[in-house]
Design a protein around this ligand. Structure first.
Ligand SMILES: [Fe+2]
Length: 265
């Protein structure tokens, strides 16, 4: 490993460089701005897209991303904005009308996955440029920290709430990833968490206070010359914490990750 001048030590769950308190401090200025904007927006009716338009807009964005017409960062910004345009109950009404296919239960502590195929007016499954899925979390299920290649995803909370932690993936090194903590927040219904190779590539979802669900938009195969996607579990809490705030987190198996990363972390 190249980062030998730094002192290796394990990280505590709240010692990854971005505690809730520091994030709240950093967000205070943004909150003031948001509050002012909210006051302005309260004066107007709140425009909401229909579920059909929202699904179509995601399709346009996914196609543009695949064709290189928008960057991954722009895609993330836009899907975060879109999340504020949809009524979750209306979206779920369309999801409930769609074709749902349950995946086999994984051997790990992951949530249950169901693929979502939206249908058109004639009842035919639609062909979209993205995959959609529901993830149902029992209170004990965890999506453990992991990184991705050649794909992006957006996770919209449709029920319950989660503690969501993100890290930028700065580079791969040996059998690990050099990562930097970026976000640590509680996402409740209507909040979206996105990831790409450009930012927040590592994510970690822990349900808080009961069962919870996300609706996911997933776009893989961004570079057709590469494998469709690559997903690897990592161990940020067992990694080497560097003086510059980065962490060299070893890759681990998903089974080992599920055994270690319980809801208590
Ligand atoms: Fe993921």
């Amino acid at each position: 490993m190249a980062l030998t001048s730094d002192t290796p030590r394990s990280a505590h769950p709240d010692d990854l460089g971005l505690t809730r308190r520091s994030q709240l401090t950093g967000l205070f200025g943004a909150f003031v701005s948001f509050a002012l904007l909210s006051e302005v927006s309260c004066a107007r009716p709140n425009p909401r897209m229909t579920a059909r338009d929202w699904i179509d807009r995601h399709n346009e964005l996914a196609r543009a991303l695949k064709q290189g017409q928008v960057s991954a960062r722009s895609w993330m910004t836009e899907v975060e904005r879109l999340a504020r345009e949809i009524d979750i109950a209306e979206l779920m009404a369309d999801v409930n009308q769609s074709k749902l296919s349950a995946a086999s239960k994984p051997p790990t502590n992951d949530p249950s996955k169901r693929s979502v195929r939206f249908i058109d007016a004639s009842g035919t499954p639609r062909r979209l440029a993205y995959a959609a899925a529901l993830f149902d979390f029992a209170p004990s299920n965890v999506i453990t920290p992991h990184g991705h290649k050649n794909m992006v995803s957006a996770h919209l909370v449709t029920n319950g709430k989660f503690r969501v932690r993100n890290f930028d993936r700065l580079r791969d090194e040996g059998n690990g990833m050099v990562i930097r903590p970026t976000r640590d927040f509680v996402a409740s219904t209507g909040t979206l968490s996105a990831m790409s190779s450009a930012r927040d590539n590592i994510h970690w979802f822990v349900p808080k206070g009961g069962p919870a669900r996300t609706f996911d938009v997933i776009i893989s195969g961004l570079d057709p010359k590469q494998p469709d996607f690559d997903i690897a579990a990592i161990d940020p809490l067992g990694g080497r914490r560097m003086r510059d705030g980065t962490i060299l987190a070893p890759v681990m198996s998903f089974e080992a990750a599920s055994a270690k990363y319980l809801t208590s972390l």
